[in-house]
Each structure stands twice: as structure tokens, then as C-alpha cells.
Design a protein around this ligand. Structure first.
Ligand code: FES
Length: 108
């Protein structure tokens, strides 16, 4: 993951319960902000790399998200494509929690 060029607030900590995802946009990209069940945060590109579907319309299961359209799965920590029909990873973004705010790092 490249060093982030700028940090952008994408959510409030209380906006996303553990085990839930939030669809947002930053830097002209669709982003899924994910609050994992163990309290960790993650952010990935929200658009599936297979066809067009928003991953936040799918299902979060532990550390993976299932696409609502054809059931492809991605690791929400690494963005890695886990099973057919997806074979291209989604982008990931660094996440930082500052007080009540969730920020993600966007590349240039
Ligand atoms: S659009 Fe996501 S698996 Fe096909």
C-alpha cells in the first residue's frame, strides 16, 4: 500500500457499528468503510472488480465481504479476491481513527 498523500474524514466512529459497513465517497472514488467485529477498521474500493456492484450491498462475514451480484468474495483487510468469479483485487486504503472521526488515506 502506497503512503497516503492526504487524509479525509469519511465517517464518525459511532456511525458504523462493529460488523457493519458504510458506503461513502472520497476523492471521486466509491469507498466501503468497514468496522470489523474485533473493533478494527478497514477501507476498500466499494465497486466489485467483476461487474458493477457495490460491495456494501453484499454481506460482511468476518474478514471477508461477499458481492451481492455473483457471490465473489474479497478479504476486507487486504482487498484480495478470494474466489471465482472475482480474480482482481480491490484497492485498499489506510484507516486512522482520530477521536470521533474515521479518516482514510487517499493516494495522489
Ligand atoms: S459483480 Fe461482483 S461477483 Fe460479479
Amino acid at each position: 500500500m502506497a503512503e497516503a498523500a492526504k487524509w479525509v474524514r469519511v465517517a464518525g466512529v459511532k456511525q458504523v457499528a462493529e460488523g457493519e459497513m458504510l458506503a461513502t465517497e472520497a476523492g471521486g472514488r466509491k469507498i466501503a468503510v468497514i468496522h470489523l467485529e474485533n473493533g478494527d477498521w478497514s477501507a476498500i474500493e466499494n465497486v466489485c472488480t467483476h461487474a458493477y456492484a457495490l460491495l456494501t450491498d453484499g454481506w460482511l462475514d468476518g474478514d471477508s465481504v461477499e458481492c451481492p451480484l455473483h457471490a465473489g468474495r474479497f478479504d476486507v483487510r487486504t482487498g484480495k479476491a478470494l474466489c471465482a468469479p472475482v480474480d482482481e483485487d480491490v484497492a485498499t486504503f489506510p484507516v486512522r481513527v482520530e477521536g470521533a472521526d474515521v479518516l482514510i488515506g487517499l493516494p495522489d
